[in-house]
Design a protein around this ligand. Structure first.
Ligand SMILES: Cc1ncc(COP(=O)(O)O)c(C=O)c1O
Length: 404
């Protein structure tokens, strides 16, 4: 097995989250909000020896090819509201933009390895505020172009993702709000709100499973950079009302497995760079301290994989018509590299869930890996499970019925 799979020695009781508000209600106020599709893929289930293999597909989330807008927009909104001093009345983004007049000029700043920064920039554009995004050296030109395309400035920092985070943090001031998805000492509130924003994925999933009468997942596999998405996963699956035996597995590149190394050490531990994995969203050397209590206590297993494993995941999903980039497909790549599900103590015919966290965020590299463009792969896209089980108006909130 090329993958390094380790049980989490820190597993224990998770703390109670204290939400800043209803992130899902906020997302539903976007004019283009709709739930992302959920796929049930029998051929991959058979390969893995599972009863169901479910994929929540985040390749088209609020106009962007990754899930990150959920956290970026919610945290940006809460930061702006906090700066304004009260929650304004608004229905449209034009009204929200007008309500922010008293705090202009205002800029949103963040560091990113691509997706979070693009999402902050995109939300800033929607509400007419400026955005300043810092990326590490080596960020692909297509990711930089995507950020510039949202009307933001994009500075390349001579160093790693963690150096870019430090640089963005320096910009904080009365005219500049930092909206980071990772935390540091004295900067915890916003990253905690980013985590909350990701809950919308699981709220939708729960509705989609109920409507389509599919079982709850026995194993949930999550790609981990700083661990904010993993933190949200743990907050969802470790609360009451959810089967306590849902197994959570976190995936990292072997060159940036800071969460696995930290869990084995029993404390936050840095994995020094350079972090050059093709799993660009996971090239992080230090877990987010704010996510850590949930990730370190709520996850059962961690696995570190090589780039070649992620590529296998990309191609396996492309074969069944699902467009997923090298970070997004790392969860399937990990399961294929581990080889079988026997390690996890699952019931017979288990249901396995992955969140495909991005589409082809680097289109030319995607084509190189798969031998086809993302558009050519998507021609054979599967149908959302809800469409297969429900005729007429879809009961999932704001679902267009076709579920793409
Ligand atoms: C596509 C994608 N998936 C997963 C992750 C990991 O998220 P987190 O950094 O919250 O662990 C990222 C982070 O940038 C990402 O871009």
């Amino acid at each position: 097995m090329s993958a390094q799979l380790t049980p989490n020695p820190m597993r224990g009781a998770t703390p109670e989250p204290t939400p800043a508000g209803d992130a899902t209600a906020f997302h539903r106020r976007f004019p283009d909000y709709q739930p992302t599709p959920l796929f049930d893929l029998p051929s991959i289930a058979e390969t893995l020896g599972a009863g169901h293999f479910l994929v929540k597909d985040e390749s088209d989330r609020l106009g962007l090819p990754a899930f990150k807008m959920l956290g970026a927009a919610w945290a940006s909104y809460r930061a702006l509201v906090d700066h304004l001093g009260h929650e304004p009345e608004w229905t449209t983004f034009e009204e929200l933009s007008a309500a922010l007049e008293p705090i202009r000029p205002i800029t949103l700043a963040t560091a990113t390895d691509g997706n979070h920064g693009r999402a902050v920039a995109s939300f800033a554009r929607r509400i007419g505020v400026k955005a300043r995004i810092f990326v590490p050296a080596g960020t692909s030109q297509s990711r930089i172009d995507a950020i510039l395309g949202e009307g933001a400035t994009c500075d390349v920092v001579d160093g790693s993702y963690d150096d870019a985070v430090a640089r963005a943090g320096q910009d904080a001031g009365p005219d500049c709000l930092v909206v980071s998805d990772t935390s540091w000492e004295g900067y915890e509130t916003i990253p905690a709100i980013v985590i909350e924003g990701y809950a919308t994925i699981f709220a939708e999933l729960t509705e989609q499973l109920a409507v389509s009468k599919l079982p709850l997942p026995d194993l949930v596999v999550i790609p981990m950079g700083v661990g904010a998405l993993a933190g949200a996963t743990s907050q969802w699956y470790r609360r009451s009302g959810i089967p306590a035996n849902t197994v959570l597995l976190g995936v990292e590149p072997s060159s940036a497995n800071c969460i696995q190394v930290s869990a084995l050490a029993g404390e936050l531990t840095e994995v020094p760079g350079p972090h050059l994995s093709i799993m660009a969203g996971l090239n992080c050397g230090l877990p987010s301290p704010v996510a850590w209590p949930w990730v370190s206590k709520g996850f059962d297993w961690f696995v570190a994989i090589d780039d070649i494993d992620a590529e296998d995941g990309v191609r396996a999903l492309a074969e069944v018509g699902v467009v997923s980039g090298e970070t997004g497909a790392s969860s399937l790549g990990a399961l294929l590299a581990i080889g079988d599900l026997s390690h996890f103590g699952l019931p017979e015919n288990p249901t396995v869930l992955i969140i495909s966290t991005e589409g082809a965020t680097d289109p030319s590299f995607y084509e190189q890996m798969v031998g086809r463009t993302a558009a050519a792969v998507a021609i054979n896209a599967p149908k959302c499970v809800v469409t297969q089980h429900v005729s007429g108006a879809c009961p999932v909130a704001r679902c267009p019925g076709t579920c793409r």
